[in-house]
Design a protein around this ligand. Structure first.
Ligand SMILES: Nc1nc2c(ncn2[C@@H]2O[C@H](COP(=O)(O)OP(=O)(O)OP(=O)(O)O)[C@@H](O)[C@H]2O)c(=O)[nH]1
Ligand SMILES: [Mg+2]
Ligand SMILES: [Zn+2]
Length: 318
């Protein structure tokens, strides 16, 4: 007899959605109505890794009947259709923004974009500065300084030197965490270092979710892993760019920690801190109280929102 139970989406293949139910992972299909009007592209499906679902289980397989309400979303524009938002993962509690100073170099603006997404979705961010074996401590500290000054936690790590791994474990334990960053910064390597049992357990899975490119394993789809020390960690493919969730331009400053408290002092409630008179944010910038990189990112994102806000607002899937 089939029975209905709750599960957690851990991986999405072309034909099958893998759902963790208790200690098992059950291959599932979705009820037809989910796919109505959808093409065969897994990224366009209304189910994401991290979704809590109700599943009807019969024998070895299941059928997803319902996706439960999402508490948070990490989304980005779809590569082939930037007006349409693709949810990479749902219900993330800790967004682990992985960066490296070298090989590859992470632009500060990318970290700030991800921070805006985390703040606006109510997700705790954690910045991981990986590959610190390739730089001096002084370089690593200089890179991390602007975010540390704002109270963001930055953990410096090295996979070959096993530095910072224990601190990361402690931050993730018992939570749903997600790794996000450029390709090659070491997300999958960190996952394997955090829980060596995962690397052994998912040997075949890794081969499926990776492709050999210039001798490196590049992750091609998001997948969630149960951590031996408690909690779950989602590994994701590297991002080259990262868009913003649709929002009103005057709301952007709320998600910049150092700007948010100033906004109330601006003359206009809808001040975008751009051309408006009597602007507390502009005063703070003039007084040198805001880091130049952060305000540069704010202005860039503001331009994007002003240019694309109306267009994005019609796509409220984020
Ligand atoms: N020197 C050094 N190399 C590292 C470190 N972490 C990872 N690497 C190397 O960096 C390369 C890329 O690592 P991956 O873990 O595949 O990177 P990724 O972020 O998962 O990349 P994508 O899946 O493409 O997004 C590999 O050759 C790793 O061995 C580190 O801390 N120091
Ligand atoms: Mg990877
Ligand atoms: Zn203002």
């Amino acid at each position: 007899m089939a029975s209905t139970t709750e599960g957690l989406v851990v991986r999405i293949d072309r034909k099958v959605i893998h759902v963790e139910i208790g200690l098992d992972v059950v291959p599932c299909t979705v009820r037809g109505r989910f796919f109505e009007g959808q093409d065969d592209d897994p990224e366009s499906r209304p189910v994401a890794v991290g979704d809590r679902v109700r599943v009807e289980v019969g024998g070895e397989r299941g059928a997803i009947e319902e996706v439960l309400e999402r508490r948070s979303r990490i989304a980005r524009p779809r590569p082939r259709d930037p007006r349409n938002w693709q949810v990479i993962a749902a219900n993330v509690e800790l967004l682990v923004i992985v960066a490296s100073v070298r090989q590859p170099t992470t632009r500060p603006g990318l970290i700030d974009r991800m921070l805006v997404t985390a703040e606006s979705e109510g997700i705790e961010p954690l910045i991981v500065l990986n590959k610190i074996d390739l730089v001096t401590d002084a370089e690593a500290n200089a890179f991390a300084a602007p975010w540390r000054a704002l109270g963001y936690r930055v953990v410096a790590t090295s996979v070959p030197q096993a530095r910072g791994i224990e601190e990361l474990r402690a931050a993730m334990a018992g939570r749903v965490a997600m790794l996000l960053g450029h390709s090659g910064v070491g997300k999958s390597s960190l996952l394997a270092a955090l829980d060596p049992a995962i690397a052994a357990r998912i040997g075949g899975l890794v081969a499926e979710g990776t492709k050999m490119a210039r001798g490196a394993h590049t992750t091609t789809s998001a997948s969630m892993h149960r951590l031996a020390f408690g909690g779950h960690l989602i590994d994701t493919p590297g991002v080259r760019e990262f868009g913003l969730p649709p929002m009103e331009p005057h709301d952007l400053a709320h998600w910049f920690r150092e700007l948010a408290p100033l906004v109330k002092q601006c003359r206009y409630a809808t001040c975008t801190h751009d051309h408006e008179p009597n602007c507390a944010v502009k005063d703070a910038v003039t007084a040198g109280k805001v880091h130049p990189d952060r305000i540069a990112t704010y202005r860039k994102l503001l331009d994007e929102l002003k240019g694309g806000g109306e267009r994005m607002a019609r796509h409220d899937s984020f």
